[in-house]
Design a protein. Structure first.
Length: 300
């Protein structure tokens, strides 16, 4: 058995536009990623180690409100040894949400479903996560031992805070740190609400998606560091997890550039803290098998 230390990418996407359209890619600025992205492409992109660790396992995350897309991702996890978990989608407002989740988990590949997500950042209702039908759906998620990925922007963080208050039994992970305004350096409101959210022990946070909130062409690690310092202070390494947001990160430099930045941010962390951010937190949250195993083989 190899003693290669684990590196988990806790947030990436894949899509085949010939199989399933991604309408959000039609928005201006997405031209560089308006094409197919496969697990082979991820392996080709993710070549840089972080703190001596090469990619061993990943968590693939839904993009669109589509049950068929979730089933595609589950089948992909079943066939690809790199993918250790799936964050899928299910209609939380459906009165049959429990049966839907049970049906997904009953699939042969259903064991890879570890969390669900909805693109709340696209919802105009400022209390979408507090809607009674949504809250009922989230309770069904919690009852099945699944987690919930929270995708909101800074102005929507109050919804996430109320969710954490009302459903302490639901494991939560904040995607992309709540999308702080890195480019405009307007972090005061974000920091205040982020720290309030982090006060709930069931909440974790992904160190992901920050480069695309910065100036895509000019950003440096110094632009990201103020956000990182807040995250490390608020959550601690045991509730932070590395994610690439690949291939969206291609818009702002790509997988390897983000990996180099995260390594720089971790410079002052101990080996134990580094291990938590790069693998331990994601492994615990998404119930990944400890790497290396015959499932999570190193990516070369």
């Amino acid at each position: 058995m190899s003693d290669t230390p684990a590196l988990v990418d806790a947030h990436h996407h894949m899509w085949d536009l010939d199989l399933r359209p991604q309408p959000w890619l039609d928005e201006p600025g997405h031209e560089p990623i308006r094409r197919n992205f496969s697990s082979h492409a991820l392996r080709s992109a993710a070549t840089r180690p972080i703190a001596g660790r090469r990619l061993t396992s990943t968590v693939v995350v839904q993009c669109i409100a589509s049950g068929p897309e979730t089933r595609d991702l589950l089948a992909l996890a079943e066939s690809d040894p790199l993918i250790g978990a799936v964050v899928g989608w299910a209609d939380l407002t459906s009165p049959d949400i429990g049966d839907v989740l049970d049906g997904l988990r009953a699939w042969p590949a259903g064991r890879y479903l570890r969390a669900v997500r909805h693109v709340v950042e696209g919802e105009s209702d400022p209390r979408w996560l507090q809607r009674p039908d949504v809250e009922r759906g989230l309770r069904a998620v919690a009852e099945r031992g699944l987690g919930y990925d929270v995708l909101v922007r800074t102005h929507q963080l109050p919804q996430a805070i109320r969710l954490a208050e009302r459903l302490p039994e639901l494991p939560l992970v904040l995607d992309h740190a709540g999308k702080p305004s890195v480019a405009r350096r307007e972090l005061a409101d974000w920091e205040r609400q982020l720290r309030q959210l982090a006060g709930h022990p069931q909440v974790h946070c992904k160190v992901s998606g920050l480069a695309t909130e910065a100036d895509h062409e000019k950003w440096t690690a110094d632009d990201i560091r103020p956000v990182w310092d807040v995250l490390l202070s608020a959550f601690g390494p045991d509730r932070l997890m590395f994610g690439s947001d690949w291939p969206v990160c291609v818009l702002a430099g790509g997988w390897n550039r983000w990996a180099a930045t995260v390594e720089e941010l971790l410079d002052d962390c101990s080996e134990t803290e580094t291990r938590a951010v790069l693998a331990g937190t994601a492994t615990a949250f998404y119930h990944l098998p400890p790497a290396p195993t015959n499932k999570a083989t190193p990516c070369s």
